[in-house]
Design a protein around this ligand. Structure first.
Ligand code: ANZ
Length: 980
């Protein structure tokens, strides 16, 4: 954990709290000038940042008050002997929040009944469940969780049955690595982390149904993960294959991709090679078309859909055979089949390339070239596919020593081995057309291979250039009547069609659809994962599924989690567990020692939440039918591809076998933006130590950089400059929060300082939900003040001893039309904005309402009650407290959400410009049908306009109803009267 969580207790809160300090009204009160640096020094790092920020507070933010006010957050007792700071709160959130959290828990307020209730519509709102890491919650977590919580609370109040659950994606590498380092069982670490996460989430007041909590590491959960695996196995969708893995000889273990950095192990920096190993694979490719087609119906961000389409990577083309030639140039019966998406360019194929791992390579390579080909293969085995296919990387390759025949031109062409061709895509071999493919062009230019132009753009230009022309066009140089093929003059499309037709007729090839999507490697050489429920007979090696009745197959206890050193997974050390008997034949057998990848448990957890305790089925049919699909699924964009694709795949398999009733699991997916750390300011200095303005820093000069504390910075126009030297412009940057930068904000600290409602409100107010935003502590202070102001509006100012009166200040009066208008405008806006997931503007509407309400003498109960209902999804603790003070014995959570009445939404006033002697001097707000006389009376009372009108004789008034009031003063009379 980056920041130690220490409450500000060294500076005790003297009971009872003196809330008087939080009055907004007093203009004369100023913020204590010198901040308590005693505190800054003694307090934990987070607290010190908060306190430093007070010097920069912009009190007028969020339209609350323009007047300078005394800190509503903290007051500093300034004394010469530097007495400790007393932290004060804008309202007693520290009493309210635990109280209501306890109430919700004890009364299980958010429990979704087990039985299906079809009398009401349903709403299933889901968060991507977290991996309970040792670092605890990050402020990024509550961003998505607050949004879903607001939606859940709104929908409950709108009469829906809401499913809003939480659980843990709890298998994973960090716990296992920690176990290897310390010998602590991963389960212990994981459970400890889960407990911490749970209590942190509870402290934020999220309305989860905790009775439905699930964890992927619990046998009664992974029983069903294993069950799904068996169904995949039964349908031929799980199979074994030799697949290259990241093998680290020095560590004697297989590494996950994330443990390999630049070809070496993250731990120890040892070389890692790609080595084929027996692995379980899942045939996701069998679902490629459906995964692609069904994307169209989903209400997901277009960017994610596009990423999924690219990942699936469907391409249409052809497979064409090229015969390998012997040393005399005669065709042998060896063939190389290439995959191409541009059969129209086939006459331009001047060489073939096979991937270094191409299976036939050793049988075609010439004796002279064998050694250098093998050396090349060895080097390529250490590179990842990504490194190999990077466009910018210089192309490498070796000649195989042999040739093939271009089946269309009849010409012999060399066969090269190059790592820009991947063994795992298409056929692992390509026909290279350097004139029309950039990679081939670069390669051919480097190795002096002929380049033959066969496509010309429609306008006939740009041919034989320095670069490949990869567009479509008109075919040239592409005719050979000996083989019966002439495509000259055809368009690329027509030519491609004709080449495929010719290849199919002559038996030289066929049309082919290819996918980038690979089958899913489903085995890990790890301890901390779900055991794969398969045994192998000792005599034949045949694999036999574990009987469904024997599930769950639980993970055996193990004390030693270190890798075996042979590549065998750690589970192979559990000898008595591994050795077993096949129940049907009675033969000795060995259990599978690979485990499932972390993705497995998260593939279907949303289904288990519908029926978490069912021991007879993964999910009850009626429950699934009622709750499916998930209505809104919120999480980070980092899961845009794999998690969402894998769970869609499993869901479709479950659909095919009748376990689920919908084709897709998640109707709507929303990605929250990331939260970056506070903006950091950097100044440049020259070698003499003088500041240099950032705009005059050139790349040639040598500069030192200095981080400038926020209190030394001011904004000047669009830029940030040094306060004491505004000519020096600074660089302002926000970085991703990370331990190493020390800019991680711990939500616990924010909660103890400002309360959960303030954190929730702030995270929603930071900016549009989907955008990236920067953390800014003074922003929390702003929303905290808003909550304090709301509290005082309804409950009143603190009594002389600092406590608050019971009940509220509301009256039983009938509301005025003005009050009803303000309220219904707010209802309409808040509802619309929550439903459109524009939570920030929903808050602005509530702030506007509170501002307006402060101007009223009386606060009728009906108006205030409706406002408290509106506030409740955002700031549920405060809303519960106010609701109960308003005399309601039950929780606010299931009260009807207010509905806006259209009659009060019509704008009844207009803003009328007022001119004096033809010059616009101000505006007045008037009723729509207002008369000239009323408009004039209002204008003369207006503070600004009255200066111009006051006592002066008027020559003429020009009034255009609804448009303008122009007052012409009688200068003549005015002069005379002033002389008299
Ligand atoms: C000849 C050609 C001519 C190509 C031309 C392209 C342009 P997508 O769309 O991604 O499927 N290719 C085929 N298999 C490959 C492999 N295993 N590794 C690397 N490249 C491979 O791309 C298909 C195109 O990528 C194929 O079409 C092939 O090059 C190359 F003007 O064939 B083409």
């Amino acid at each position: 954990m980056a920041i130690t969580h220490t409450k500000l207790q060294p500076f005790p809160l003297s009971p009872p709290l003196n809330y008087n300090a939080f009055h907004f009204s007093s203009r004369s009160l100023s913020f204590p000038r010198k901040l308590k640096h005693a505190h800054v020094q003694k307090s934990p790092p987070f607290a010190s940042t908060l306190y430093k920020k007070h010097t920069l507070l912009s009190y007028g933010c969020f339209g609350i008050s323009r007047s300078r006010i005394r800190s509503s957050v903290s007051e500093v007792q300034e004394e010469q002997n530097q007495k400790p700071v007393v932290v004060k709160r804008a309202y007693p959130f520290d009493e309210i929040e635990p109280k209501w959290q306890r109430y919700w828990e004890e009364n299980r307020i958010f429990r979704t009944p087990d039985d299906v209730d079809t009398s009401k519509p349903k709403y299933y709102v889901l968060d991507m469940f977290p991996y309970p890491s040792g670092a605890g919650l990050h402020v990024g977590h509550p961003l998505g969780y607050t949004a879903t919580d607001i939606l859940a609370r709104l929908k409950r109040m709108q009469g829906y049955n809401v499913l809003h659950p939480m659980g843990w994606d709890a298998f994973g590498l960090p716990a296992e690595q920690y176990a290897i380092e310390t010998g602590t069982h991963p389960k212990l670490t994981t459970l400890r982390n889960i407990n911490r996460f749970r209590s942190q989430l509870k402290s934020l007041g999220f309305s989860y149904d905790w009775d439905r909590e699930i964890s992927t590491i619990e046998p009664n959960y992974y029983k069903w993960t294993q069950w799904i695996f068996l169904q995949l196995l039964k349908r031929g969708l799980a199979y074994q294959a030799e697949v290259p893995v990241n093998w680290c000889p020095a560590l004697g273990t297989v590494l996950a991709n994330e443990e390999v950095v630049d070809g070496v192990s993250e731990r120890g920096g040892h070389p890692v090679i790609r080595k084929p190993m027996r692995q379980w694979m899942l045939k996701i490719t069998a679902y490629a078309d459906r995964l692609l087609e069904d994307l169209d119906e989903l209400d997901w961000p277009e960017s994610i859909k596009e990423m999924q389409r690219n990942w699936i990577g469907r391409s249409e083309g052809a497979e064409v055979e090229f015969s390998v030639l012997d040393s005399d140039g005669r065709e042998t019966n060896m063939k190389i089949t290439v995959y191409t998406t541009r059969p129209d360019t086939i006459f331009g194929a001047t060489y073939l390339v096979v991937a270094p791992e191409y299976t036939l390579l050793s049988s075609i390579v010439s004796a002279e070239q064998r050694e250098c080909v093998e050396e090349y293969q060895d080097i390529a085995s250490r590179k990842s596919d990504l490194e190999r296919t990077e466009l910018q990387k210089e192309k490498t390759g070796v000649f195989s020593g042999c040739y093939a025949k271009n089946p269309t031109s009849g010409e012999p062409i060399p066969i090269w081995v190059a790592d820009y061709v991947l063994g795992s895509y298409g056929t692992g071999a390509i026909m290279a057309v350097p004139a029309h493919d950039a990679r081939d062009h670069e390669f051919a230019s480097k190795f002096n291979i002929p380049i033959k132009w066969v496509v010309t753009p429609n306008n006939g230009s740009c041919i034989e250039s320095e670069k490949a022309y990869s567009g479509e066009g008109i075919i040239i140089n592409s005719s050979n009547m000996e083989v019966g093929l002439d495509i000259n003059g055809l368009s690329s499309k027509e030519a491609a069609y004709k080449v495929i037709e010719w290849a199919e007729k002559t038996g030289k090839g066929k049309k082919k659809v290819n996918y980038k999507l690979r089958d899913w490697l489903f085995a890990r050489q790890r301890y901390w994962g779900e055991p794969i429920p398969v045994i192998f007979l000792e005599d034949s090696g045949e694999n036999i599924p574990v009987l469904e009745t024997e599930l769950p197959l639980t993970l055996p206890e193990l004390d030693d989690f270190t890798p075996s050193g042979t590549g065998e997974p750690p589970l192979s050390k559990a000898v008595s567990w591994v050795k077993t008997i096949d129940p049907s034949s009675g033969k000795p057998a060995m259990r599978e020692t690979n485990t499932m990848p972390q993705w497995a448990g998260s593939c279907w957890y949303y289904l288990r939440f519908m029926d978490p305790k069912n021991s007879n089925a993964l999910v009850d049919k009626a429950k699934e039918k009622y709750w499916s699909p998930v209505d809104v699924y919120v999480g980070g964009a980092e899961h845009a591809v794999l998690h969402l694709l894998y769970s869609r795949f499993w869901h479709k398999v479950l659909y095919d076998i009748g376990v689920v009733s919908t084709k897709e699991p998640f109707k709507c997916v929303i990605n929250q933006g990331i939260i970056l750390g506070e903006v950091q300011f950097t100044a440049y200095k020259d070698t003499d130590g003088n500041y240099v303005s950032a705009d005059s820093v050139d790349e040639l000069g040598e500069y030192l950089q200095e981080i400038i504390p926020e209190e030394r910075v001011v904004k000047s126009g669009e830029f940030y400059v040094l306060k004491d030297n505004p000519n020096i412009r600074l660089i302002a940057r926000a970085h991703k929060m990370s331990k190493s930068r020390g800019n991680v904000v711990n939500p616990d600290d924010v909660v103890s300082e400002y309360g959960a409602d303030s954190l929730r409100l702030y995270e929603m107010f930071m900016g549009p939900f989907r955008d990236s935003k920067t953390w800014n502590t003074s922003g929390i202070e702003g929303v905290h003040r808003f909550l304090g102001r709301t509290w005082r509006l309804i409950v009143g100012s603190p009594l002389h001893h600092g406590a608050f009166r019971d009940g509220t200040l509301v009256t039983d009066e009938e509301p005025t039309t003005e009050q009803l208008r303000a309220l219904h405008k707010c209802i309409a806006k808040v509802t619309e904005e929550i439903e459109g997931t524009r939570f920030n503007t929903g808050i602005s509407a509530m702030m506007e309402f509170v501002n307006a309400a402060y101007k009223w003498d009386k606060h009728p109960k009906v108006i205030i009650e409706a406002f408290v209902l509106l506030l409740s999804p955002y700031a549920p603790h405060m809303a519960e407290e106010l609701w109960s003070r308003l005399g309601h014995p039950d929780s606010i959570a299931y009260e009807a959400f207010p509905k806006a009445e259209p009659t009060y939404l019509k704008e009844s006033t207009i803003v009328l410009p007022v001119q004096i002697n033809g010059k616009t001097r101000g505006t007045i707000e008037v009723e729509k049908g207002c008369s000239e006389e009323d408009a004039f009376t209002l204008a003369s009372k207006d503070e600004k306009l009255s200066k111009y009108l006051d006592g002066k004789p008027i020559k003429k008034r020009i009034f255009v109803p609804g448009k303008i009031l122009n007052v012409i003063l009688d200068r003549q009379t005015a002069k005379v009267s002033s002389v008299q």
